[in-house]
Design a protein around this ligand. Structure first.
Ligand code: KG4
Ligand code: ZN
Length: 357
Protein backbone atom coordinates (compact mmCIF):
# COMPACT_ATOMS: atom_id res chain seq x y z
CA UNK A 1 0.00 0.00 0.00
CA UNK A 2 2.74 2.44 1.04
CA UNK A 3 4.73 1.68 -2.10
CA UNK A 4 1.69 2.29 -4.30
CA UNK A 5 1.08 5.70 -2.72
CA UNK A 6 4.70 6.80 -3.08
CA UNK A 7 4.95 5.50 -6.64
CA UNK A 8 2.06 7.78 -7.56
CA UNK A 9 3.64 10.70 -5.74
CA UNK A 10 6.97 9.97 -7.41
CA UNK A 11 5.34 10.10 -10.86
CA UNK A 12 3.72 13.44 -10.01
CA UNK A 13 7.04 14.92 -8.81
CA UNK A 14 8.54 14.46 -12.25
CA UNK A 15 6.39 17.29 -13.56
CA UNK A 16 5.89 19.31 -10.36
CA UNK A 17 7.27 22.83 -10.61
CA UNK A 18 8.83 23.19 -7.16
CA UNK A 19 10.28 20.12 -5.49
CA UNK A 20 11.61 20.19 -1.94
CA UNK A 21 13.99 17.34 -1.13
CA UNK A 22 15.29 16.53 2.34
CA UNK A 23 18.76 14.97 2.06
CA UNK A 24 20.37 12.75 4.69
CA UNK A 25 24.10 11.94 4.84
CA UNK A 26 25.79 9.67 7.41
CA UNK A 27 28.32 7.63 5.42
CA UNK A 28 31.37 8.47 7.52
CA UNK A 29 31.83 10.91 10.38
CA UNK A 30 29.48 13.76 9.51
CA UNK A 31 25.78 13.65 10.33
CA UNK A 32 24.10 16.01 7.93
CA UNK A 33 20.55 16.91 6.91
CA UNK A 34 19.69 19.53 4.30
CA UNK A 35 16.63 20.90 2.55
CA UNK A 36 17.18 21.79 -1.11
CA UNK A 37 14.65 23.29 -3.53
CA UNK A 38 14.75 22.20 -7.17
CA UNK A 39 18.18 20.61 -6.82
CA UNK A 40 20.09 23.88 -6.70
CA UNK A 41 18.69 26.18 -4.01
CA UNK A 42 19.92 25.38 -0.50
CA UNK A 43 17.34 26.22 2.17
CA UNK A 44 19.34 24.60 4.97
CA UNK A 45 22.48 22.52 5.45
CA UNK A 46 23.19 21.31 8.97
CA UNK A 47 26.39 19.31 9.49
CA UNK A 48 27.32 17.80 12.83
CA UNK A 49 30.95 16.70 12.59
CA UNK A 50 32.58 14.00 14.71
CA UNK A 51 36.14 14.92 13.70
CA UNK A 52 37.08 15.94 17.26
CA UNK A 53 35.81 12.63 18.63
CA UNK A 54 37.83 10.50 16.18
CA UNK A 55 40.97 12.63 16.22
CA UNK A 56 42.26 11.04 19.40
CA UNK A 57 41.98 7.56 17.84
CA UNK A 58 43.98 8.58 14.74
CA UNK A 59 41.11 7.69 12.39
CA UNK A 60 37.38 7.08 12.21
CA UNK A 61 36.26 4.26 14.54
CA UNK A 62 33.21 2.72 12.82
CA UNK A 63 31.25 1.77 15.97
CA UNK A 64 31.87 5.16 17.54
CA UNK A 65 30.73 6.84 14.32
CA UNK A 66 27.44 4.90 14.20
CA UNK A 67 26.68 5.66 17.83
CA UNK A 68 27.33 9.36 17.40
CA UNK A 69 25.17 9.54 14.28
CA UNK A 70 22.35 8.10 16.38
CA UNK A 71 22.92 10.65 19.11
CA UNK A 72 23.04 13.59 16.71
CA UNK A 73 20.47 12.87 14.02
CA UNK A 74 17.22 14.02 15.74
CA UNK A 75 18.75 17.34 16.61
CA UNK A 76 20.23 17.77 13.12
CA UNK A 77 16.79 17.19 11.56
CA UNK A 78 15.12 19.67 13.87
CA UNK A 79 17.72 22.36 13.16
CA UNK A 80 17.62 21.72 9.42
CA UNK A 81 13.84 22.11 9.17
CA UNK A 82 13.97 25.21 11.35
CA UNK A 83 16.69 26.84 9.27
CA UNK A 84 14.77 26.04 6.07
CA UNK A 85 11.64 27.53 7.68
CA UNK A 86 9.72 24.44 6.70
CA UNK A 87 8.19 21.31 8.20
CA UNK A 88 8.09 17.64 7.27
CA UNK A 89 4.62 18.11 5.78
CA UNK A 90 6.13 20.37 3.08
CA UNK A 91 8.85 17.88 2.04
CA UNK A 92 8.26 16.12 -1.31
CA UNK A 93 10.87 13.35 -1.01
CA UNK A 94 13.59 12.00 1.28
CA UNK A 95 16.98 11.31 -0.35
CA UNK A 96 19.57 9.31 1.55
CA UNK A 97 23.14 8.13 0.98
CA UNK A 98 22.96 4.32 0.99
CA UNK A 99 26.61 3.74 0.02
CA UNK A 100 29.54 3.75 -0.22
CA UNK A 101 30.79 4.29 3.31
CA UNK A 102 30.93 2.63 6.72
CA UNK A 103 28.17 0.01 7.00
CA UNK A 104 26.99 0.91 10.52
CA UNK A 105 27.17 4.64 9.88
CA UNK A 106 25.21 4.33 6.62
CA UNK A 107 22.62 2.19 8.36
CA UNK A 108 21.72 5.01 10.76
CA UNK A 109 20.92 7.39 7.89
CA UNK A 110 19.14 4.76 5.82
CA UNK A 111 16.94 3.58 8.73
CA UNK A 112 16.13 7.15 9.67
CA UNK A 113 15.24 8.04 6.08
CA UNK A 114 13.02 4.98 5.74
CA UNK A 115 11.16 5.86 8.94
CA UNK A 116 10.66 9.47 7.80
CA UNK A 117 9.55 8.47 4.31
CA UNK A 118 7.07 5.98 5.77
CA UNK A 119 5.69 8.40 8.34
CA UNK A 120 5.36 11.25 5.82
CA UNK A 121 4.18 9.01 2.96
CA UNK A 122 6.74 10.43 0.54
CA UNK A 123 9.14 8.75 -1.92
CA UNK A 124 12.46 7.48 -0.60
CA UNK A 125 15.36 8.10 -2.99
CA UNK A 126 18.56 6.02 -2.79
CA UNK A 127 21.67 8.10 -3.47
CA UNK A 128 25.22 7.01 -4.33
CA UNK A 129 27.63 9.10 -2.23
CA UNK A 130 30.18 9.66 -4.98
CA UNK A 131 27.59 10.78 -7.50
CA UNK A 132 26.27 13.13 -4.82
CA UNK A 133 29.74 14.70 -4.47
CA UNK A 134 29.57 15.52 -8.19
CA UNK A 135 26.07 17.00 -7.78
CA UNK A 136 27.39 19.48 -5.20
CA UNK A 137 28.57 21.40 -8.27
CA UNK A 138 24.98 22.00 -9.45
CA UNK A 139 24.48 23.98 -6.26
CA UNK A 140 27.74 25.87 -6.65
CA UNK A 141 27.20 26.83 -10.31
CA UNK A 142 23.52 27.33 -11.06
CA UNK A 143 24.20 27.30 -14.81
CA UNK A 144 26.14 24.02 -14.84
CA UNK A 145 24.71 21.45 -17.21
CA UNK A 146 26.10 18.14 -18.47
CA UNK A 147 28.13 17.09 -20.34
CA UNK A 148 31.32 17.82 -18.40
CA UNK A 149 34.29 16.02 -16.85
CA UNK A 150 34.37 15.37 -13.10
CA UNK A 151 37.50 14.71 -11.11
CA UNK A 152 36.45 12.75 -8.02
CA UNK A 153 39.05 12.79 -5.28
CA UNK A 154 38.20 11.49 -1.81
CA UNK A 155 39.36 9.11 0.91
CA UNK A 156 37.96 6.19 -1.07
CA UNK A 157 38.09 7.26 -4.71
CA UNK A 158 40.23 8.79 -7.39
CA UNK A 159 38.42 8.88 -10.70
CA UNK A 160 37.83 10.81 -13.86
CA UNK A 161 34.22 10.61 -14.93
CA UNK A 162 32.41 11.93 -17.96
CA UNK A 163 29.02 13.20 -16.81
CA UNK A 164 26.94 12.58 -19.93
CA UNK A 165 23.62 13.86 -18.57
CA UNK A 166 21.97 14.27 -15.15
CA UNK A 167 21.82 10.51 -14.48
CA UNK A 168 24.24 8.84 -16.88
CA UNK A 169 27.96 8.91 -16.33
CA UNK A 170 30.91 7.15 -17.94
CA UNK A 171 33.90 6.11 -15.90
CA UNK A 172 37.00 7.24 -17.79
CA UNK A 173 39.72 6.12 -15.40
CA UNK A 174 40.37 5.30 -11.81
CA UNK A 175 43.21 4.30 -9.48
CA UNK A 176 44.99 0.97 -9.66
CA UNK A 177 45.50 0.91 -5.90
CA UNK A 178 45.08 3.52 -3.14
CA UNK A 179 42.81 6.53 -3.38
CA UNK A 180 44.43 9.95 -3.30
CA UNK A 181 42.90 10.96 0.07
CA UNK A 182 44.02 7.66 1.53
CA UNK A 183 47.60 8.30 0.39
CA UNK A 184 47.48 11.76 2.00
CA UNK A 185 46.27 10.17 5.24
CA UNK A 186 48.99 7.49 5.14
CA UNK A 187 51.78 10.01 4.49
CA UNK A 188 50.43 12.12 7.36
CA UNK A 189 50.48 9.07 9.61
CA UNK A 190 54.10 8.17 8.89
CA UNK A 191 55.04 11.79 9.57
CA UNK A 192 53.14 11.64 12.88
CA UNK A 193 50.70 14.39 11.88
CA UNK A 194 47.53 12.63 12.99
CA UNK A 195 44.05 12.45 11.55
CA UNK A 196 42.62 13.69 9.25
CA UNK A 197 45.90 13.82 7.37
CA UNK A 198 44.98 15.64 4.16
CA UNK A 199 44.46 19.13 5.63
CA UNK A 200 47.59 18.77 7.79
CA UNK A 201 49.86 17.80 4.88
CA UNK A 202 48.30 20.60 2.83
CA UNK A 203 49.06 23.19 5.53
CA UNK A 204 52.67 22.09 6.11
CA UNK A 205 53.35 21.82 2.36
CA UNK A 206 52.99 25.61 2.13
CA UNK A 207 55.98 26.01 4.47
CA UNK A 208 58.30 23.59 2.67
CA UNK A 209 60.30 23.26 -0.55
CA UNK A 210 59.24 20.69 -3.14
CA UNK A 211 62.82 19.48 -3.60
CA UNK A 212 62.51 15.69 -3.13
CA UNK A 213 61.73 13.41 -6.04
CA UNK A 214 60.27 10.27 -4.48
CA UNK A 215 59.32 8.58 -7.74
CA UNK A 216 59.54 9.30 -11.43
CA UNK A 217 57.08 11.67 -13.07
CA UNK A 218 53.74 9.87 -13.56
CA UNK A 219 52.85 8.28 -16.87
CA UNK A 220 50.86 10.42 -19.27
CA UNK A 221 47.88 8.10 -19.59
CA UNK A 222 44.76 8.75 -17.51
CA UNK A 223 45.14 6.02 -14.88
CA UNK A 224 46.19 6.84 -11.30
CA UNK A 225 48.37 4.90 -8.88
CA UNK A 226 49.58 5.91 -5.43
CA UNK A 227 51.04 2.86 -3.75
CA UNK A 228 54.55 3.31 -5.24
CA UNK A 229 54.66 6.94 -4.16
CA UNK A 230 53.33 6.13 -0.69
CA UNK A 231 55.92 3.37 -0.18
CA UNK A 232 58.71 5.67 -1.42
CA UNK A 233 57.72 8.34 1.13
CA UNK A 234 57.50 5.78 3.94
CA UNK A 235 60.92 4.32 3.05
CA UNK A 236 62.45 7.80 2.83
CA UNK A 237 61.21 8.68 6.33
CA UNK A 238 62.26 5.33 7.83
CA UNK A 239 65.78 5.63 6.40
CA UNK A 240 66.21 9.09 7.88
CA UNK A 241 64.94 7.90 11.25
CA UNK A 242 67.25 4.87 11.22
CA UNK A 243 70.21 7.15 10.54
CA UNK A 244 69.07 9.46 13.36
CA UNK A 245 68.72 12.27 10.82
CA UNK A 246 66.20 15.05 11.06
CA UNK A 247 63.02 14.45 9.06
CA UNK A 248 62.26 17.50 6.85
CA UNK A 249 58.50 17.20 7.39
CA UNK A 250 57.57 20.40 5.54
CA UNK A 251 59.71 19.58 2.48
CA UNK A 252 58.31 16.03 2.38
CA UNK A 253 54.75 17.41 2.46
CA UNK A 254 55.55 19.98 -0.24
CA UNK A 255 57.23 17.40 -2.50
CA UNK A 256 54.49 14.81 -2.05
CA UNK A 257 51.77 17.39 -2.64
CA UNK A 258 53.43 18.81 -5.76
CA UNK A 259 53.74 15.36 -7.31
CA UNK A 260 50.16 14.34 -6.52
CA UNK A 261 48.46 17.60 -7.46
CA UNK A 262 50.40 18.12 -10.72
CA UNK A 263 49.33 14.65 -11.82
CA UNK A 264 45.66 15.23 -10.91
CA UNK A 265 45.61 18.52 -12.82
CA UNK A 266 47.44 17.24 -15.91
CA UNK A 267 45.25 14.15 -16.23
CA UNK A 268 42.02 16.09 -15.68
CA UNK A 269 42.88 18.53 -18.46
CA UNK A 270 43.96 15.68 -20.71
CA UNK A 271 40.57 14.02 -20.13
CA UNK A 272 38.81 17.27 -21.13
CA UNK A 273 40.89 17.43 -24.28
CA UNK A 274 40.35 13.77 -25.20
CA UNK A 275 36.60 14.03 -24.68
CA UNK A 276 36.31 17.44 -26.27
CA UNK A 277 34.70 19.05 -23.23
CA UNK A 278 35.52 22.46 -21.82
CA UNK A 279 34.07 22.20 -18.31
CA UNK A 280 35.74 20.42 -15.40
CA UNK A 281 34.21 20.02 -11.94
CA UNK A 282 35.96 18.72 -8.86
CA UNK A 283 34.30 16.59 -6.20
CA UNK A 284 35.16 14.87 -2.91
CA UNK A 285 37.08 15.76 0.23
CA UNK A 286 40.46 16.27 -1.45
CA UNK A 287 38.98 19.12 -3.50
CA UNK A 288 39.51 21.15 -0.32
CA UNK A 289 43.25 20.99 -1.07
CA UNK A 290 44.63 24.50 -1.48
CA UNK A 291 47.30 23.68 -4.09
CA UNK A 292 44.86 21.62 -6.17
CA UNK A 293 42.43 24.54 -6.20
CA UNK A 294 45.15 27.02 -7.14
CA UNK A 295 46.77 24.93 -9.88
CA UNK A 296 43.47 23.85 -11.44
CA UNK A 297 42.31 27.45 -11.72
CA UNK A 298 45.62 28.56 -13.21
CA UNK A 299 45.90 25.71 -15.73
CA UNK A 300 42.18 25.84 -16.51
CA UNK A 301 42.52 29.43 -17.73
CA UNK A 302 45.61 28.52 -19.79
CA UNK A 303 43.78 25.59 -21.42
CA UNK A 304 40.43 27.40 -21.90
CA UNK A 305 38.69 24.96 -19.56
CA UNK A 306 36.08 26.30 -17.13
CA UNK A 307 36.95 24.83 -13.72
CA UNK A 308 34.31 24.60 -10.97
CA UNK A 309 35.50 23.79 -7.47
CA UNK A 310 32.99 23.81 -4.61
CA UNK A 311 33.63 26.02 -1.57
CA UNK A 312 34.94 24.03 1.44
CA UNK A 313 31.53 23.40 2.99
CA UNK A 314 30.44 21.54 -0.15
CA UNK A 315 33.74 19.66 -0.66
CA UNK A 316 33.49 17.64 2.52
CA UNK A 317 30.53 15.39 3.31
CA UNK A 318 27.22 17.26 3.47
CA UNK A 319 23.57 16.53 2.79
CA UNK A 320 22.88 19.28 0.23
CA UNK A 321 24.71 17.23 -2.38
CA UNK A 322 22.53 14.21 -1.48
CA UNK A 323 19.34 16.26 -1.84
CA UNK A 324 20.54 17.69 -5.15
CA UNK A 325 21.42 14.27 -6.58
CA UNK A 326 18.04 13.01 -5.30
CA UNK A 327 16.24 15.81 -7.16
CA UNK A 328 17.88 15.02 -10.51
CA UNK A 329 17.12 11.31 -10.05
CA UNK A 330 13.45 12.16 -9.39
CA UNK A 331 13.23 14.38 -12.46
CA UNK A 332 14.59 11.53 -14.56
CA UNK A 333 12.29 8.90 -13.04
CA UNK A 334 15.14 7.11 -11.24
CA UNK A 335 16.23 6.29 -7.70
CA UNK A 336 12.90 5.34 -6.09
CA UNK A 337 13.64 2.83 -3.33
CA UNK A 338 11.32 0.74 -1.19
CA UNK A 339 11.45 0.06 2.53
CA UNK A 340 13.83 -2.87 1.95
CA UNK A 341 16.61 -0.43 1.10
CA UNK A 342 19.79 -1.37 2.96
CA UNK A 343 23.18 0.21 3.34
CA UNK A 344 25.71 -0.93 0.75
CA UNK A 345 29.15 -0.19 2.15
CA UNK A 346 31.06 -1.04 -0.97
CA UNK A 347 29.01 0.10 -3.95
CA UNK A 348 31.57 1.31 -6.30
CA UNK A 349 31.01 3.81 -9.02
CA UNK A 350 28.36 1.53 -10.47
CA UNK A 351 28.64 2.57 -14.07
CA UNK A 352 27.00 0.97 -16.98
CA UNK A 353 29.56 2.71 -19.15
CA UNK A 354 33.23 2.26 -18.59
CA UNK A 355 36.01 3.23 -20.94
CA UNK A 356 39.22 1.31 -21.21
CA UNK A 357 42.21 3.62 -21.10
O1 KG4 B 1 34.95 12.97 0.55
P1 KG4 B 1 35.49 12.85 1.94
O2 KG4 B 1 35.09 13.90 2.94
O3 KG4 B 1 35.16 11.47 2.53
C1 KG4 B 1 35.16 10.33 1.74
O4 KG4 B 1 36.27 9.75 1.57
O5 KG4 B 1 34.08 10.04 1.22
O6 KG4 B 1 37.12 12.84 1.78
C2 KG4 B 1 37.94 12.67 2.89
C3 KG4 B 1 39.38 12.70 2.41
C4 KG4 B 1 40.38 12.33 3.52
O7 KG4 B 1 41.29 11.38 3.01
C5 KG4 B 1 41.07 13.66 3.82
O8 KG4 B 1 42.40 13.52 4.29
C6 KG4 B 1 41.03 14.34 2.46
O9 KG4 B 1 39.74 14.03 1.97
N1 KG4 B 1 41.23 15.79 2.56
C7 KG4 B 1 42.28 16.45 2.02
C8 KG4 B 1 42.13 17.81 2.38
N2 KG4 B 1 40.99 17.94 3.12
C9 KG4 B 1 40.45 16.70 3.21
N3 KG4 B 1 43.31 15.98 1.29
C10 KG4 B 1 44.22 16.89 0.88
N4 KG4 B 1 44.17 18.20 1.19
C11 KG4 B 1 43.16 18.71 1.92
N5 KG4 B 1 43.10 20.00 2.22
ZN1 ZN C 1 32.62 11.93 0.75
Amino acid sequence: MFQKIVQEKFNILKNKQDVLVLGIESSCDETSIAVVKNGREVLSNIVSSQVDIHERFGGVVPEVASRNHLLAIDNVLEKSLKEAKTSLSEIDAIAVTYGAGLAGALMVGVSYAKALAYACRVPLIAVNHIKAHISANYIVDKTLQPPFIALVVSGGHTALIRVDDYVNQTLISTTHDDAVGESYDKVAKVLGLGYPGGPKVDKLAKLGKANIEFVKKPSNNLVFSYSGLKTAVINYVHKLKQGNCEVPVEDICASFQKHVVSELVEKSLLACKKHNLDTLVVAGGVSANSYLRELLKEKGVKNSVKVIIPPFEYCTDNATMVASEGYFLIKNGKGLADLNLTADASINLKYSNQLEE
